[in-house]
Design a protein around this ligand. Structure first.
Ligand SMILES: Nc1ncnc2c1ncn2[C@@H]1O[C@H](COP(=O)(O)OP(=O)(O)OP(=O)(O)O)[C@@H](O)[C@H]1O
Length: 256
């Protein structure tokens, strides 16, 4: 088992990460979390409201910075990066999908998807072509010129996923991506995420729904900003998630 872990490349490492918010009184939103996600893994983060799920995701996604501890994404320690380097890492290696889709309402689906490519490819034709390809990949080849208001919730989330893939990230972070969708549409979005994961994208997803978490291979349960437990689902055989000592968390599956 240890051998398998050593041979697995790691997409994300968090070591004793802490984030405290100071309002009326200090809140330890993330209170010493250590975690390592293997390349190509699919992990869900669950926990009650306020347990630190979104804060953890935002720290890993370089949308926020930790007060203590170390986070590495794709082998790069994010604290050591300048603001510009961190923005570049966020814009190239990481894709984000949010509950509220966050599309620009005046832009078409293709324009929304092409937007993050502006800084990476100066040729408009290339961007347009890639946006079309990505929209086809998420099953929206016939909705390329539609604006968000002309799309269903599930279609909007597909556009958001295509946009998250714009710069070919290795890590996809999804915060309650099915939270605004009915059960059936949510299941379609999860099938799409499973497909992307099978094609190699590492996925870290926040959800409060057990049925959604069960699409992942691993579940991290948070409570009060700490990891309460880790769970390996189905036939997840690799030790894709490990805590501080990087040792296997559970009977990881060699004998399942
Ligand atoms: N910007 C902020 N300023 C102050 N406190 C914050 C801020 N963001 C989060 N918190 C607090 O940090 C704690 C963790 O919040 P977080 O949003 O990470 O929880 P969560 O598990 O994602 O919750 P939910 O399931 O309700 O979205 C909560 O107590 C919250 O009130």
């Amino acid at each position: 088992m240890a051998q398998k872990l050593e041979s697995t490349s790691v997409a994300v490492v968090a070591e004793d990460v802490r984030r405290t918010y100071f309002l009326a009184e200090p809140v330890d939103a993330v209170d010493g979390i250590s975690l390592s996600l293997a390349d190509g893994s699919f992990t869900a983060v669950m926990g009650p409201s306020g347990s630190g799920k979104s804060t953890l995701l935002n720290l890993i996604g370089c949308l926020d910075t930790s007060d203590e501890g170390r986070i590495e994404v794709g082998g790069r320690a994010v604290a050591a990066l300048s603001d510009a380097e961190r923005a570049r890492l966020r814009g190239t290696a990481i894709g984000f999908v949010f509950q509220t889709f966050d599309l620009l309402s005046r832009l078409t689906a293709a324009e929304n998807v092409a937007l993050p490519m502006v800084f990476h490819d100066s040729v408009r034709e290339n961007r347009d072509q890639r946006a079309r390809t990505l929209l086809e990949r998420v099953g929206l080849g016939d909705r390329i010129e539609h604006r968000p208001s002309e799309l269903s919730g599930g279609q909007r989330q597909r556009v958001a996923i295509a946009r998250a893939l714009a710069n070919d990230p290795t890590l996809l972070l999804a915060d309650e991506p099915t939270g605004n969708l009915d059960t059936e549409t949510g299941a379609e979005i999860m099938d799409l995420l499973v497909d992307l994961n099978r094609q190699g994208t590492t996925i870290l997803l926040v959800t409060h729904e057990r049925t959604i978490a069960e699409y992942a291979d691993h579940v991290v349960h948070l409570l009060d900003g700490r990891i309460e437990s880790l769970e390996h689902l189905g036939d997840a055989r690799d030790v894709a998630v490990a805590t501080d000592d990087r040792s296997p968390i559970a009977e990881g599956g060699d004998d399942r």
